[in-house]
Design a protein around this ligand. Sequence first.
Ligand code: FAD
Ligand code: NAP
Length: 547
Amino acid sequence: MSANQNTTPIKSETDVVVVGAGFSGLYLIKRFRDMGLGVQVFEAGTDVGGTWYWNRYPGARCDSDSIHYSYSWDKELEQEWTWSEKFSPQPEILQYLNHVADKHNLRDSVKFNARVKAATFDDATSRWTVTTEAGDEVSSRYFIMATGCLSSANMPDIKGADSFKGDTYHTGHWPHEGVDFTGKRVGVIGTGSSAIQAIPLIAAEADHLHVFQRSAQYTIPAFNGPLPDERIKYVKENYDELRHAARYSPDGMGTVPPAKGALEVSDEEREAMYMKGWQTGGFGFARTFNDTGINKEANDTAVKFVHDRIDEIVKDPEVARKLKPTTYPIFTKRICVDTDYYATYNRENVTLVDLTEAPITEITAKGVRTEAQEYELDAIVFATGFDAMTGSILRVDIRGAGGQSLRDAWEAGPRTYLGLMTHGFPNMFLITGPGSPSVLSNMTTSIEQHVEFVTDFIGHLDENNVAAVDADLAEQDKWVAHVNEVANYTLHPTANSWYMGANIPGKPRIFMPYMGGVGAYRQLCEGVANDNYKGFVKMSETSAAAE
Ligand code: FAD
Ligand code: NAP
């Protein structure tokens, strides 16, 4: 079914306004409708899908296991939908989300092509007024940012960017009709997860590919392939148990934490265990030992293992040297998962440009110029990532109690209680907000947990005639301190990662996601709810209760 493209501005009142129609927004619609509440969703794109609507670059796919990277709330859907591969390709995930939207008529609650520009809380009425660039203005009791952690593309400010005469793309805004690179001289800027998925496919098509690498990346082979029938049968028969295990596991996919440390075993055993993890494909490698995330010496053993694999795969020793990350511990930036990434550098038509030796100085009419030379190109692909976690939230002018701006409140970095609310912004909720496991987990598990927490909480507030709720400041401060304490126990803050905001010039350096794990965090939230939503302040009663 195609999306409703009605352009008439909406002027109305409802119970809840939600921003975003990805995995989070779609589930919110279903939950609020089932509760009998009115919900208006605004989505900047022309259809549902979020990440999977925008990121259509060659090779885009999930690197969470397909069977876990899906909704668990529709038991019929679990049985009727069959994932074709271990790691689903983007078109299939988008098709899945379209299927869900069709099945539950979710599009009726969404206004597409409507980018929210501002949201203002009125202290007198405890209502939010949400406005869009398309002229909509909706008043609601609750306001929910389901805007995603990776949805604000980062276009670096490189001198001369507008002067390039060829074609320019960003992986996060890929043209819907696709791009044919046949016979083209292509430059890819960036070597994160998106680039690592796209590079082998672009290289296979292009006349020549230049990869502009500012930081080398650790990447683990996916060993992707079709999901065997017996695996599908097993999963469908045991989905309930698998989902339960996922919800209470550290990563949201049911993984059992490793029992041993890398320094506790012999060199032979360590090598064999790393090899097993490597050959499992995907995140399996990162789960080999329990100390590589917290102990530099242990981490170095994983680094050495990956460096050895690069030496094995890449034929030119000088290229292999450049591809080996040496400036930050493995796992402290989001680990990448690839198909033939390192091997792509053995192709005659691929050149690695090491920007640590000669940084980009400008983009010219003809291509990219570094301190060393100019590279003539027909197309430039920016695989330069996102203003992660806070970007899409802060791009909206959000004004809370007393007119205070969220941009001011988060000037030194995001501050939340449980990643769900931020003090001073009553009745505003964040789905997978900073301070929650979010990007450190299989996100569909974390999204469902947040959506269920928020909708249950709103149901509880309505039952108790509470009109406004806020995060308690002291509890928020404690939570922020805890998030930092857990992060500082690990090696993570030592890397200039997007988790730290380090990829965006001027962004405060603070480790944004919560590292305590999905299961532990879930139990904590359950405890909060059971303790009459401890840490949330119920501020005022509804007029019905007051009468
Ligand atoms: P999104 O899917 O990001 O949707 C948010 C929506 O909000 C977007 O459609 C956006 O247009 C809209 N929006 C934002 N601001 C506004 C505004 N002001 N007004 C109106 N609309 C707005 N996670 C995993 O767990 N496993 C994976 O394997 C995985 N792979 C990924 C691969 C890629 C290429 C990327 C970029 C991310 C990946 N992620 C993965 C993370 C992924 O973002 C989440 O898993 C999930 O899709 C997020 O869903 P969401 O609904 O919360 O947000
Ligand atoms: P990313 O990881 O932030 O990578 C961006 C790349 O661009 C980095 O190599 C970065 O270098 C480089 N870069 C940024 N600005 C630059 C500049 N001015 N000059 C030169 N290089 C520059 O972004 P991403 O690859 O889009 O991935 C973001 C996240 O999305 C991932 O970490 C993951 O969570 C998710 N994702 C998942 C998958 C998947 O496999 N399922 C696929 C894609 C994305 P530095 O490292 O030096 O900053």
